[in-house]
Design a protein around this ligand. Structure first.
Ligand SMILES: [Zn+2]
Length: 197
């Protein structure tokens, strides 16, 4: 997609409430899929084949949720159904779409570190970090933003300025250059543009 260098890309962080609702929508969908699989397995496979049942239930508990998040966050709308409904998406620290590998790492850290091992304290951390990053976000360097429908596919080499305070990447527009400053969309700090082009 062509990038409009004169366009101001306003990036807003997603609210923690919207993220909470989104993940609950996703878990309801996954739970429905799991119970459908569970009953299909029970009907199709005799009870004696317990190993096969255990394997298929492992697929239902681990593989389906993993693929649900990783595929949706890295293709098409770059958002899960829950995220799409709530108008949010997961990006990297430069607000670009994330890779399957990063989404996978984020999923397992979210489930097993932030949620289980730390009894959801990993999620609570998002209330106290500058970019509302949960523990798994901090580890894999992801940010959850409001999805404005504009591309966030901004190549790193096109990044012009970084906020001196919170390190947010920002693309100054014409009027910013005219003023010689830009206001960081995340922390509100006014930054001086040194290299005018
Ligand atoms: Zn800032």
């Amino acid at each position: 997609m062509e990038l409009n260098q004169n366009k101001k890309y306003t990036i807003e962080l997603a609210s923690i409430f919207n993220r909470f609702i989104a993940i609950n929508i996703d878990f309801i969908i996954i739970a429905i899929a799991y119970f459908l699989l569970y009953y299909i397995i029970d009907i199709l496979i005799p009870v004696s084949e317990s190993l096969l049942i255990a394997l298929l239930r492992f697929i239902g508990v681990i593989v389906i949720p993993w693929f649900y998040f990783a595929f949706q966050e890295t293709t098409g709308n770059y958002a899960t159904i829950g995220q799409k409904i709530m108008g949010i998406k997961v990006t990297d620290e430069y607000y670009r779409n994330i890779s399957f590998g990063r989404s996978t790492a984020r999923f397992f850290l979210k489930m097993y570190l932030s949620a289980m091992l730390l009894s959801s304290i990993g999620f609570v951390i998002a209330f106290f970090t500058k970019k509302k990053q949960a523990l798994h976000d901090l580890i894999v360097k992801t940010i959850v933003i409001k999805d404005t429908g504009e591309t966030t596919e901004k190549p790193v080499e096109k990044v012009i300025k970084v906020c001196g305070d919170c390190k947010t990447v920002y693309h100054p527009n014409k009027s910013d250059f005219a003023k010689g400053t830009f206001i960081c969309p995340i922390c509100g700090k006014e930054n001086i543009i040194w290299n005018k082009k």
